[in-house]
Design a protein around this ligand. Structure first.
Ligand SMILES: Cc1cc2nc3c(=O)[nH]c(=O)nc-3n(C[C@H](O)[C@H](O)[C@H](O)COP(=O)(O)OP(=O)(O)OC[C@H]3O[C@@H](n4cnc5c(N)ncnc54)[C@H](O)[C@@H]3O)c2cc1C
Length: 404
């Protein structure tokens, strides 16, 4: 029986601990915070979208540039496996209308309780308030309530999370400890995040918090139907997150990016032009927008905000703008507010077992690896799949198995 440290008690680390203890190893989980899995519990506040019912090929494609490296791990633990695993913990799940999978209770805490119970029965020891602070020769250094401790293990799994919502524990403080040992880390960037826009004071004071419903938004990520929210800084919400990587990358490359909105997806531009032309010329702009295009107050204000001369435009020109309204964004919101992060330990730094080539016996998993995915349950699924893969990698490595 080997002594294995899992550092980080999020979904990736807990899954690694489960697989390692299943295989009969002695597992200690070290967590810096006073309790484990705070981000997982936070995800539960919006229902805990645990995975997605996409067909498997589509599911893998959500992992974008990292899909090829992630494929074997996602093949070994598919979305259907995530669901079956959740149900084996006694938590019933359902598939929502969008294909997203949730626990029926729409909460994370019963699942986490059942999971920690299983780990406890399998002999996993959890040490909270134990912050890893790097290496001292071959030992791991922890700051604990009993002071600084140097501990050694037969293998180590790092599951330290990404860089979003640092107050929940994943603060990326580990980056210099790994780069100092020759591990390449791609700088973290916000993913699934809101964006800043140049709203006028009048617009943001009146409409911050207002939802913009039933639109289709287009960027390099494609045309996606949904809704978003006006914020004081710009735009937020699921539809924006779906475009976040494309907008962020366009800002990086071109210094400019825009989301193109179709505010009336159910009508063709010609039909809309006819409907607008029917409105009395003397009617107010908001009445023409409401009666001719079915736009509510926030959509009408958005048109005026982005096309100041809209009231003076001919119906056909106005219709074209309403069907393809460019909403420029100036910057992503800070990473601390993002749902997840892109960047992390580079794929060149790990072998197919997720072992750091610069640090034999040290494996990495979860959001600290360089992959990103949209919201929709892909993030937790990716963390669980890589957590399993890192654990299996450690089991093989301890057994002296050399991959071809
Ligand atoms: C508001 C919100 C809602 C979300 N909703 C969803 C959702 O519905 N579906 C979905 O798929 N994803 C969702 N996510 C994303 C998902 O929660 C994360 O991708 C996932 O938790 C990452 O798992 P992880 O185990 O890699 O890292 P984390 O969950 O971040 O866990 C890492 C752990 O390591 C600990 N740690 C860090 N550094 C140290 C150290 N030096 N020493 C010891 N411990 C350390 C941290 O305290 C933390 O507990 C959401 C995220 C947020 C912020």
């Amino acid at each position: 029986m080997a002594q294995i440290a899992v550092i980080g008690g999020g979904p990736a680390g807990l899954m690694a601990a489960e697989v390692l203890s299943d295989a009969g190893h002695a597992v200690s989980v070290f967590e810096a915070m006073p309790t484990v899995a705070r981000k997982f519990l936070m995800a539960g506040k919006s229902g805990l979208n645990i995975t997605h019912a996409d067909d498997h090929a589509a599911f893998i494609s959500r992992f974008g540039a990292a899909a090829d490296r992630m494929r074997p791990m996602l093949d070994a633990f598919t979305g259907a496996d995530v669901r079956a695993w959740t149900e084996r913990l006694g938590i019933e799940t359902f598939v929502g209308s969008s294909g997203r999978v949730f626990p029926k209770a729409m909460k994370a805490s019963p699942l986490l309780r059942a999971w920690l119970g299983r780990l406890d029965r399998q002999g996993v020891r959890v040490f909270v308030r134990h912050g890893w602070e790097g290496f001292d020769k071959t030992s791991l250094i922890f700051a604990s309530p009993d002071g600084r401790q140097a501990l050694s293990f037969d293998a180590v799994i790092l599951a330290l999370g990404g860089a979003s919502w640092p107050r929940l524990g994943s603060d990326a403080a580990w980056v210099p400890w790994l780069t100092g040992r020759g591990v390449a880390v791609t700088p973290f960037r916000p993913a699934n995040c809101g964006f800043e826009t140049g709203w006028s004071t009048l617009f943001k004071e009146k409409f911050a918090g207002a939802p913009v419903k039933s639109v289709v938004a287009t960027s390099d990520a494609g045309a996606v139907p949904g809704e978003f929210v006006i914020s004081r800084h710009g735009i937020e919400g699921a539809l924006v997150y779906a475009h976040a990587a494309a907008l962020r990358d366009a800002l990086d490359v071109h210094g400019a990016a825009a989301l193109t909105l179709d505010l009336v997806p159910g009508r063709s531009v010609d039909r809309l032009a006819v409907d607008l032309a029917r409105q009395p010329r003397k009617a107010s702009f908001s009445n023409r927008m409401r009666k001719g295009a079915g736009l509510d107050a926030v959509k009408t204000a958005l048109v005026r905000e982005l096309v100041p001369d809209a009231p003076a435009l001919a119906p056909d020109v106005l219709a074209a703008r309403i069907k393809a309204l460019d909403l420029p964004v100036t910057a992503p919101r800070p990473i601390a507010e993002a749902i997840s992060s892109a960047g992390g330990v580079s794929w060149e730094s790990v072998d197919d077992r997720l072992m750091l080539t610069a640090l034999p016996g040290v494996f990495v998993c979860g959001e600290m690896l360089d992959w990103e995915a949209p919201t929709g349950g892909y993030l937790i699924s990716g963390c669980l799949a890589t957590g399993r893969a890192a654990a299996r990698g450690a089991i093989d490595w301890l057994a002296g198995f050399v991959p071809r």
